[in-house]
Design a protein around this ligand. Structure first.
Ligand code: SGN
Ligand code: CA
Length: 544
């Protein structure tokens, strides 16, 4: 037995409260790293400069990439919020942890990594967007947004008690995280905090510090802004187009009276949306509102003066406003992550703290003409993933392995010296982070999305992705297969499912996908069961 293994044994012996070789608490603290897991909501890779995006500079997130590892093939297994969060906690696919869609409640009695870390002597906290309906379990401290939360002066639930804080959500969540770490750092035990932002989730309301950021910027348009969805029936049926599914009021911040004045009401907006817009404004203090109205005055003018609000130029204008707001929210995240990084440096905590930066899934920034996520196409499948841990991760390294949100739980347990429970379906990234990817690392990933009919009308589908190919099956009220050669067609515009050239590859992928379904315990029967449950609970229509 080598030294590391021996150490591991001692640690787990101590952890389970056994006898034999006990480690002193101070020693244990020195050995076990602190863990800070940062997750934003809907942050697309293209909106980080370290991923080569040309939309925004993110100097603080880039610091993590420069001082740690950047992953280029980090994927979500079900591209939507609550399922992604349940997978993070359990290390299991949605059909195993039960949260297959945003409507499901997380069963908090399940095994989760925070519970296991706590048992292993960690102090644990969960701060920010939770979105799992049931109360958080496994945390010494939690303070979460109810549901999706609000951007301005948000309500929080702190250990069961509801309150309203004054300020901007990204700043407030960061304050709480720094405060919690500040008291946790003096204790004997290492800590793990889940630091979950609401930003940059729809409806993209930027904070007071960034109301005028990008005022003069013209954002480059994605090549596929005017996609015609040829040979892609599910894409065609989706309701997430900037053109026809983005609201002037609540999404684009055009005042309801101006929408009415333009003659575009009631065709393109509705009273609920007006209310949503007004509701967000009503949360603001007088001072916040004044700053907001001043910053958004120009947009009202531009809108009212727009010549033809029916053509492609108007879609382009909407895209520009969308990018302004979305990226302003990201700028707020970047500042706040910077604040946390500075705090860690000032407090000598950089070396012994693992920091992970990721998002609950990716997002469309105009690709295919869209906003939102859900599809297994690249922009929403991919998540940013940056990991800094100076002790084991080479600064400035870049990784191309396929890694999944299933892997976080096993990774954190590995660092804490806790054995991975059998039911966890991911793998520890620790060797990958060390630059020693095991030879039997996964060569493909399995995906399954369920929430339909529902928001944005994204049909149910499952699929497989390798480093080069992607095969997707859309089912339920459709039976469509899609196949993409990502090397030839990175924008996924050419569905090659009927191209004889790929016949063998497609056959091989179908087989591999069946193997993965079996390995992970997914099946047709389960898909059917979930459809029945969904319809029974009254979800029969889609909205946007
Ligand atoms: C809200 C949004 C949707 C979004 C879902 C899920 N509508 O319902 O656009 O797809 O959240 O997002 S909104 O008008 O209320 O903003 S998720 O990230 O939480 O899954
Ligand atoms: Ca999300």
């Amino acid at each position: 037995m080598n030294n590391r293994l021996l150490q591991g044994c001692c640690l787990s012996a101590f952890v389970v409260g056994s006898f034999g070789c006990k480690t002193a608490p101070e020693e244990e603290k020195a050995e076990k790293p602190n863990i800070i897991y940062i997750m934003t909501d809907d942050h697309a890779n293209r909106a980080l400069s370290c991923y080569g995006g040309d939309l925004i500079e993110t100097p603080n997130l880039d610091r993590l990439a420069e001082e740690g590892m950047r992953f280029n093939h980090s994927f979500v297994t079900n591209s939507i919020s609550a399922p992604s969060r349940a997978t993070l906690l359990t290390g299991q696919y949605s059909h195993k942890n039960g949260v297959i869609d945003n409507a499901k409640e997380f069963d908090g009695s399940q095994m989760t990594f925070p519970k296991l870390l706590r048992d292993a002597g960690y102090q644990t906290a969960m701060i920010g967007k939770w979105h799992l309906k049931s109360e958080p379990t496994g945390f010494d401290y939690w303070k979460v947004l109810p549901g999706q939360g609000s951007y301005y002066n948000p309500d929080f639930i702190e250990m069961g008690e509801r309150m309203r804080d004054t300020g901007y959500v990204t700043d407030l969540i960061t304050d709480e995280v720094i405060n919690w770490i500040d008291q946790a750092k003096g204790k004997e035990k290492p800590f793990c905090v889940l630091y979950h932002h609401k930003a940059p989730h729809r409806a993209w309301w930027p904070g007071p510090d960034h109301l005028n950021t990008f005022d003069d910027k013209q954002f480059p348009e994605p090549e596929t802004l005017f996609d015609d969805y040829e040979d892609r029936k599910a894409a065609e049926a989706a309701l997430m187009e900037i053109d026809s599914n983005m609201y002037l009021s609540s999404d684009l911040k055009v005042k309801p009276e101006h929408v009415k004045q333009s003659g575009m009401y009631p065709d393109t907006d509705n009273p609920e949306r007006f209310q949503a817009y007004q509701g967000s404004l009503d949360r603001m203090t007088e001072q916040q509102k004044e700053a907001w109205n001043e910053a958004y005055a120009d947009r009202q003018q531009e809108f009212l003066e727009f010549d033809d609000r029916t053509g492609n130029d108007f879609v382009r204008w909407k895209y520009q406003q969308y990018m302004e707001d979305y990226l302003r929210c990201i700028a707020g995240v970047d500042d706040n992550v910077g604040r946390l990084l500075d705090y860690l440096e000032e407090n000598d905590m950089k070396e012994n703290t693992i920091i992970v930066y990721t998002s609950d899934q990716g997002f469309y920034l105009g690709e295919h003409g869209w906003f939102d996520k859900r599809f297994m196409y690249e922009e929403s499948l991919r998540m940013p993933l940056l990991v800094r841990y100076p002790k084991e991760v080479e600064a400035g390294s870049v990784n191309e392995d396929i890694v999944l949100n299933l892997d976080f739980a096993p990774t954190f347990l590995d660092y804490a010296g806790v054995e991975k429970p059998e039911q966890m379906q991911g793998r520890s990234l620790r060797p990958v982070l060390k630059g020693e990817t095991p030879p039997n690392w996964r060569e493909s990933m399995y995906y399954h999305y369920y929430e339909y009919p529902a928001w944005h009308a994204t049909k149910r589908h499952y699929g497989i992705r390798t480093d080069r190919y992607k095969l997707i099956h859309f089912y339920y009220d459709i039976d469509e297969w899609e196949f993409y050669d990502l090397e030839e067609d990175p924008n996924e515009l050419n569905n090659e499912i009927d191209n004889p050239k790929y016949e063998e590859t497609i056959k091989m992928l179908k087989k591999r996908m069946e193997d993965l379904r079996e390995k992970f315990g997914d099946s047709e029967e389960l898909s059917q069961k979930y459809i029945e449950q969904w319809i029974e609970s009254g979800h029969t229509e889609s909205q946007f």
